[in-house]
Ligand binder design. Structure first.
Ligand code: 3PY
Ligand code: MG
Length: 266
């Protein structure tokens, strides 16, 4: 197996249970390290809404290296220069938000590939991804091990979904229910029945196309519906929500005289 083998990409192509993951928005390597032992199939470092830059992403990649969870990174925009930097520090599975057309998807494929397939600049001596020239043949293997996931999260994106799905080099399409809800006139209501139906229909369409469907869900009942519709990977929430909910729940439980343990030992 290649030193660059991308197990997340391979898992998306396979069968079996959907891969469940968590978005990490705290931007902290300690949190990443802790969550790396929690049993998720994958963890996503969020550089779109979370306060992450190149260095904080790098620190979290290091904290998660060799762990059981595959690592994804969501970048803030479609900038090929940022994509080049992310790939060079070792990101192999990239989630790109707000993709609305096949043209945008094709540009993203090119940004992630070395020539002649794309426009990724070559600087392997500086690149952790290539172990600073320690991986023989890095430039010839890298393209095949990139997993490019585009986010469809607007009416326009769903209207272009067939065209986006036809783009070679896009491995998966991830539905963003919150932005989709906003674009459908239901801001803050990703559980609105119209949004739910659009998400489910899109997952089914993506699955039929042969590409992998991904989706974000903060309710397990929704996550299970999405799995039944054919989602291959599902985010079950965020580190921020987990921490906030359990912290607030603990203090409320104490004040209400209820019983709640934070765990055993200290
Ligand atoms: C959204 O729901 O809009 C997201 O980007 C998270 O998946
Ligand atoms: Mg979004």
């Amino acid at each position: 197996m290649s030193a660059l083998h991308n197990s997340f990409k391979a898992a998306l192509r396979g069968e079996g249970n959907p891969r469940v993951g968590l978005f990490m928005g705290l931007g902290d390597p300690g949190t990443a390290e802790l969550l790396g032992g929690a049993g998720f199939d994958w963890l996503l470092i969020d550089g779109e809404h979370g306060p992450n830059d190149l260095r904080s992403v790098l620190a979290q990649l290091r904290a998660l290296q060799g762990g059981a969870s595959d690592v994804l990174v969501r970048i803030v925009d479609h900038d090929p220069a940022l994509i080049k930097q992310m790939l060079d520090i070792g990101v192999q599975s990239l989630l790109v938000p707000m993709v609305e057309s096949a043209e945008q998807a094709r540009a993203l494929v090119r940004a992630t590939r070395y020539p002649p397939a794309g426009i990724r600049g070559v600087g392997t001596a500086m690149a952790r991804a290539a172990r600073w020239n320690g991986v023989p043949d890095y430039v010839r293997q890298a393209n095949d091990e990139i997993c490019l996931i585009v986010q469809a999260e607007s009416r326009a994106a769903l209207e272009s979904l067939d065209d986006i799905l036809a783009v070679e080099g896009v491995d998966a399409v991830f539905i963003g229910p919150s932005d989709l809800a906003a674009s459908m006139g239901h801001l803050g209501r990703s559980d609105h029945p119209e949004v739910r139906t659009a998400v489910l229909d899109s997952i089914e369409k993506i699955a039929r196309s042969g590409k992998a469907a991904g989706v974000f869900a903060t309710q397990l009942e929704a996550a299970r519906d999405y799995a039944r519709a054919g989602a291959r990977f599902i985010a079950l929430g965020t580190d921020t929500l987990l921490l906030r909910q359990s912290a607030a729940g603990l203090v409320q439980a104490f004040r209400a005289g209820a019983d709640q343990a934070t765990g055993t030992g200290y």
